[in-house]
Design a protein around this ligand. Structure first.
Ligand SMILES: NC(=O)C1=CN([C@@H]2O[C@H](COP(=O)(O)OP(=O)(O)OC[C@H]3O[C@@H](n4cnc5c(N)ncnc54)[C@H](O)[C@@H]3O)[C@@H](O)[C@H]2O)C=CC1
Ligand SMILES: O=C(CO)COP(=O)(O)O
Length: 309
């Protein structure tokens, strides 16, 4: 039961909101928000979900939550989206392959900054679907927008707000690559010392990368950075961690992704990070080795190279 004040409860009754993307995260967000508001949802394929609507009907809502894989966001916006004042919460985590574009840069072509916010923090969809305690951050240059979206979330999801959009984006995207690395470490049975060292050095690397783009130090110490990294790099609930496990076992990436049946954003973001690090001369040894492993390098060779580095 959510004990919101009566005034807010009245306002919530009138909220017009839709989730774009009915994958694991989209459905989990709809489930959570439905504690407080009537939340519509849409997807490219019709699904037997309550309040499932057409893309057109969803886009007519005042508040939109984008839970699409990061690599398809630009194409989806180009094909479907016209701005007419909607307020946006981007729930995807990733950096676009090829362009190296952050999601805030992609959305900026379609939506003014003051209508844009970004969701970050340690939040497995499967645990949100169970109503387990979760803490997330809503990041926007427009604090009023962040607080509006925060007011829609149920009491089991504690929401913080921050203005460090780029920091949240870097953390959400980079931790997926580090989760693959952690899965490889465990798949090779290198031990707890190795995994802890890898995660710690990964945090340093993610911070170095983020600082280049103007991210704030505290973001890396909080829920968006350390929180989401510790979660994703230490659990088989993480798709990215599982990709790492299976790579260490010698499975082919195509077979891993086919069997996974869900997106593993780190596979695509690792290449984007390497493209950006090359362009801006940023030292990213772990992300570099993950990109090489995804292209076929032997994981044990990468471990030797990282230890020798
Ligand atoms: N699953 C989780 O625990 C969390 C996921 N996220 C992020 O949310 C985003 C979505 O992830 P999930 O929902 O877990 O992935 P998913 O693999 O469960 O679902 C992806 C959805 O996108 C749809 N899709 C794929 N290509 C499309 C296209 N070209 N056009 C339209 N729809 C398309 C698929 O049909 C599917 O419904 C990712 O960026 C992920 O990192 C963030 C936090 C938690
Ligand atoms: O972002 C997530 C948890 O915060 C989900 O991680 P995976 O995409 O690795 O499952």
């Amino acid at each position: 039961m959510n004990y919101l004040n009566p005034d807010l409860m009245c306002k919530l009754a009138d909220v017009s909101i839709a989730v774009i993307g009915a994958g694991k995260w989209g459905q989990a967000l709809q489930f959570a928000l439905s504690r407080n508001v009537t939340c519509k949802i849409t997807s490219r394929h019709t699904k037997p979900i309550e309040h499932f609507v057409s893309v057109e009907e969803a886009l007519n809502c005042e508040y939109l939550i984008f839970a699409l894989p990061a690599q398809v966001v630009r194409g989806w916006l180009e094909a479907h989206f016209t701005f007419h004042g909607q307020k946006i919460l981007v729930a995807a985590k990733g950096i676009e392959q090829g362009s190296g574009a952050f999601l805030n840069e992609i959305f900026a072509h379609y939506v003014p900054k003051e209508h844009l916010s970004f969701l970050s923090g340690p939040s497995f969809a499967s645990e949100v679907m169970q109503g387990l305690p979760t803490a997330v951050v809503i990041n926007s240059s427009n604090e009023i927008l962040s607080k509006e979206f925060a007011s829609f979330f149920p009491s089991f999801m504690k929401t913080y707000t921050s203005k460090d959009v780029i920091g949240a984006e870097v953390c959400g995207a980079y931790k997926n690559v580090l989760a693959i690395a952690s899965g490889i470490c465990d798949g090779l049975k290198l031990g707890n010392n190795a995994r802890a060292s890898l995660i710690a050095r990964g945090l340093v690397e993610m911070h170095r990368f983020g600082k280049y783009f103007g991210a704030l130090d505290e973001t890396f110490l909080g829920l968006s950075g350390a929180g989401d990294l510790f979660l994703t790099a230490s659990s088989t609930l993480s798709r990215n961690y599982r990709v790492g496990l299976f790579l260490a076992e010698g499975k082919r990436l195509e077979d891993i992704l086919l069997a996974l049946g869900e997106v593993a954003e780190g596979v695509f973001t690792s290449e984007a990070i390497c493209e950006l690090s090359l362009k801006h001369t940023i030292y990213v040894p772990i992300a570099h080795e993950i990109a090489l492993i995804l292209k076929g390098k032997e994981p044990r060779e990468s471990v030797r190279d990282l230890l020798a580095d």
